[in-house]
Design a protein around this ligand. Structure first.
Ligand SMILES: O=C(O)CCC(=O)C(=O)O
Length: 281
C-alpha cells in the first residue's frame, strides 16, 4: 500500500471531506495526460455539453473503464488507487472518469451538489465513494475553480433535484444552512495538483468568464463492497488492475484502444432523480 496521505492528511480527509495534494502528477506526467486527452480521437468523438441555468456549457467526456490510455493508467496508478483505498478503507474499483472542460469565456457553472446526490440513485447503498479532481490547466477563482463547503460531507446525503439547464443540484435550503455553519473554500490548483474528495462533499464552480481555459479530469471510485444493486450507466464491481506510478511516463502519449474505456455518448440524470423534488432556484 503506497497511499500518499500522511496521518494528518487522513485526519483532514475525515474532518474536512477533502485533501489537496500538490504535484500529484509532475509537469512531464501532466503534459502527457493533457496531450492525450486533447488528442485521443475516441475521447474527442464522445464530447458532449452540459448546460448550466444560463445556457453556458461545460464540455464533457465520460468513460466507464480506465483502459490503457495514459490517462487511464493515471487512474489506475498506485499513488491514486492506494490513496483511495486508504480513504475508503478497503478495495476500490473504477466507477467512471470524466473530463470537465471549461473553455475560455464560455465555460458553464456547476450548481451546488454532492456526487452521492446522484450516485445514491444509481443503487450505491453506502456513501463509500470518492473522486480525485486533477487539474490539467491552472484553476483559479477567475476561470471557475472548484468551490467546496469544508466539512459538509458530515451532514450526509442531501436531497437533490433537477435544475433549470441540464444539471442536478442540492436542496438550496440545506446548502444555505451549511454555508452559515461551514467555510466556503475556493480550491485553486496548479496543473498536476489533485483534489481527493468524499462523495458527500458539497461542491460547485462558477462560469469561466476569463480568457484562460480550465480543464480538469475526475477519476471516481466506488468501494468494492458497495456494488450497486441497480444496473445503470456506470459499472458494477470490476476488479481494478493497478499499475506502478512509473507506467505513466513509460506509456508516453497513448490513447484508449478502441472500446476499452467505454466512452458514453451522452449523459442523462439518473432516472430516480427525474420528477423528484424540484430544487427551488
Ligand atoms: O468541473 C467542475 O467544476 C465540477 C464538476 C463536478 O462537480 C462534477 O462533474 O460532478
Amino acid at each position: 500500500m503506497s497511499s500518499l496521505f500522511t496521518p494528518a492528511q487522513q485526519a483532514a480527509f475525515a474532518s474536512d471531506g477533502y485533501v489537496l495534494v500538490r504535484g500529484l502528477f509532475d509537469p512531464e506526467e501532466i503534459q502527457l495526460l493533457r496531450q492525450a486527452i486533447e488528442q485521443d480521437p475516441d475521447l474527442q468523438h464522445s464530447l458532449y455539453q452540459r448546460k448550466d441555468a444560463q445556457g453556458k456549457a461545460t464540455l464533457m467526456a465520460t468513460w466507464n473503464h480506465p483502459g490503457n490510455s495514459v490517462y487511464g493508467l493515471a487512474a489506475r496508478s498506485r499513488r491514486v488507487v492506494d490513496t483511495m483505498e486508504q480513504m475508503l478503507d478497503g478495495e476500490v474499483y473504477h466507477y467512471h472518469s470524466k473530463l470537465t472542460a471549461k473553455e475560455p469565456l464560455e465555460g458553464g457553472a456547476w450548481e451546488w451538489h454532492q456526487d452521492y446526490g446522484y450516485w445514491y440513485h444509481n443503487g450505491c447503498l453506502r456513501p463509500d465513494m470518492a473522486s480525485v479532481m486533477v487539474a490539467l490547466d491552472k484553476a483559479t477563482r477567475h476561470n471557475g475553480c472548484l468551490q467546496v463547503i469544508r466539512g459538509s460531507h458530515r451532514v450526509g446525503r442531501v436531497e437533490h433535484g433537477v435544475l433549470p439547464g441540464e444539471q442536478v443540484g442540492a436542496d438550496p435550503t440545506r446548502v444555505e444552512q451549511m454555508l452559515r455553519h461551514m467555510p466556503l473554500e475556493y480550491i485553486e490548483m496548479e496543473p498536476g495538483d489533485g483534489l481527493f474528495f468524499h462523495c458527500n462533499l458539497m461542491h460547485r464552480s462558477d462560469q469561466n468568464r476569463s480568457p484562460d481555459r480550465r480543464w480538469t479530469v475526475l477519476f471516481c471510485y466506488n468501494a468494492a463492497h458497495n456494488n450497486p444493486f441497480i444496473e445503470h450507466h456506470h459499472p458494477f464491481y470490476t476488479p481494478l488492475d493497478k499499475v506502478e506510478d512509473s507506467a505513466i511516463k513509460q506509456a508516453g502519449v497513448t490513447f484508449s484502444s478502441e472500446g476499452t474505456q467505454a466512452f458514453m455518448k451522452t449523459f442523462s440524470n439518473p432516472p430516480g432523480l427525474k420528477n423528484k423534488v424540484k430544487a427551488q432556484n
